[in-house]
Design a protein around this ligand. Structure first.
Ligand code: BTN
Length: 222
């Protein structure tokens, strides 16, 4: 499996995920990579925008034709490997409690492809006040390309390893375990990651439930 070849680099594009989706729908090979220096309509999960200063972040999308249900978590773990961080279920990577990277996996699994979009804040940046307490960077000036290479290496390993190894590593680096979480349907205390990649939550009465990534918008408490 070779991730990152062929590669299309764009100085500016709306969203690398959109370009990669077009390529995937047209038959692009597994591992095809789209990167950009800047996005004019970068997308996050649940309709949110993803904004990053030009050249300061790694903005990339991979076409994958071989994947499993743990894909977004495997990707989060790969980023956590290089960042020395933790995975915040389902799609973020935190360093010291602040978000350094986000993951947006989307596509047509029934047609055999998924686009794995990853944004990593690489260079030091002065975040606006409203983001400063929640966002961080790797603090690596001029190293977007180096981080891309590290990410591709980490992804090669994490996407290929047995699910049990991924789950074990995720459970060790689970940023939410023990934290209060709230969603439209209830609240409780995060209690780990289920075997199929859901979030286990202990409800206040003691019962346990499992949240599926696509279904919930989590609000995190203490
Ligand atoms: C999130 O945190 O909600 C996910 C953010 C994903 C951002 C990346 S940047 C590269 C790729 N292109 C996009 O438009 N989004 C993803």
């Amino acid at each position: 499996m070779t991730l990152g070849s062929p590669r299309l680099h764009l100085r500016v594009t709306e969203s690398t995920n959109d370009r990669a989706r077009e390529l995937a729908a047209a038959g692009a090979a597994h591992g095809t990579l789209v990167t950009a220096g800047r996005q004019t309509a970068g997308r996050g999960r649940q309709g949110r925008a993803w904004v990053a200063p030009e050249g300061a972040a790694l903005l990339c999308s991979l076409v994958l034709r071989s994947f499993d249900e743990l894909l977004p978590l495997r990707a989060g773990l790969a980023v956590a490997d290089l960042a020395g961080g933790r995975v915040k279920w389902p799609n973020d990577v935190w360093v010291e409690g602040r978000k350094v990277a986000g993951i947006l996996a989307e596509g047509r699994p029934q047609e055999g492809w998924v686009v794995l979009g990853i944004g990593v804040n690489v260079e030091p940046v002065d975040f606006p006040e409203e983001l400063a307490g929640r966002a961080t960077t790797l603090g690596r000036p001029g190293e977007v390309e180096a981080v891309l290479r590290e990410l591709l290496d980490a992804l090669e390993e994490r996407l290929a390893e047995p699910a049990g190894d991924t789950l074990r590593a995720l459970r060790e680096r689970d940023a939410l375990r023990g934290r209060r979480v709230r969603w439209a349907g209830g609240e409780g205390t995060a209690a780990g990651i289920s075997d199929d990649g859901g979030l286990l939550v202990e409800l206040d009465g003691g019962a346990e439930t499992v949240l599926a990534a696509g279904e919930v918008h989590l609000v995190i408490g203490d």
